[in-house]
Design a protein around this ligand. Sequence first.
Ligand SMILES: *Cc1c(COP(=O)(O)O)cnc(C)c1O
Length: 392
Amino acid sequence: MPLASLDWVDRELADLDRKGLRRSLEPLSSAQGAVVEVGGRRLVNLCSNDYLGLAGDARLRRAAAEAALAHGAGAGASRLVAGDLEIHGRLEAALAGLHRAGAALLFNSGYHANAGVPAALVGRDDAVFSDVLNHASIVDGALLSRAELVRYRHLDLDELEGLLRASRARRKLVVTDAVFSMDGDAAPLRPLADLCGRHGAMLYVDEAHAVGVLGPTGAGLAEAEGVKDRVDVEMGTLGKALGAFGAYVAVEARLRDLLVSRARSFVFTTALPPAACGAALQALELVRGEPGRRARLHRLMARMKAGLAARGFDVARVVSPIFPVVLGSEARALAAARALGERGFFVRAIRPPTVPRGTSRLRVALSAGHDEAQVEAFLGALDEALALLPAA
Ligand SMILES: *Cc1c(COP(=O)(O)O)cnc(C)c1O
């Protein structure tokens, strides 16, 4: 066993510990839900992305099981080889319907979609313009594309306009999160679409935290802002509000055709398992058929927003179930998460590199499975936890 060759790993781990940046797993012993069992205790879960409370829904579980029974446990191959199952096509048709897009193409996760799609759109002679707070998978996808990566300040369209104007790139791709995953605020999609139009840039919107949550039919921020027709790539995940697993892009049919040949994270991987597709199809039916879930989530969001604003937290721009409770140092965020855990709330500290240094925070996320009493109880527990913290 032995290996001096891996001794550096101990030093790296000790270094992460010292900086408060070591991450660890916290296994749930229950299913995903608004209340979960962690470490032998039942806690109100305020850190999942299961915004509609569908991951544990009995109908999704049944749909997953039935899809596995009908179509198999695994897809058995990549889509392009022998793994293109009937249920993949059905799910893509349903997703294109949700987004009123020409077509949709499944990916195995949002990470896969963002890592692989940019390189099919741009290359060495091109440029990707990316909000500095975009999700890490977008940055990775931009780097893999070998295009020039140009980052602009968060939501700063004036800066973006200057950068677009100055660019000599052959093709320009502007990429943004619709809802930013650690801040809960939204990109200004309408002016962004105008800007892209003026500069001949393609617009790629990551709707990971907006699908199922925003828009009259739950199709996301582009639907809410009425700019669906001006977004070239709408990416969504099946693993957050839709309670399943996998992801997709909604695009014009000709672009889907190109991605099928060119997106390496589509080509070189086994297709999604039928169970995930069956659960996602059921979730889409519930998004359409039970708009009350979305309405309930929005009522809880309003309550949480008012409660956090009253405590001095900057949540004015939050339009989503994601609330940043920024505490500053890693130590303060970790201490607050621990104190809330002791009071019955499962909340995790978010630290660099997920968020910029000095902005470590609790990321409090609501689900339609919560109720108003849980929101009020959380705010009370937060007051107690904050009173125990070391000074900033
Ligand atoms: C979660 C997330 C992803 C990745 O999606 P997965 O399906 O979980 O891999 C991509 N973009 C954003 C903004 C996300 O928050």
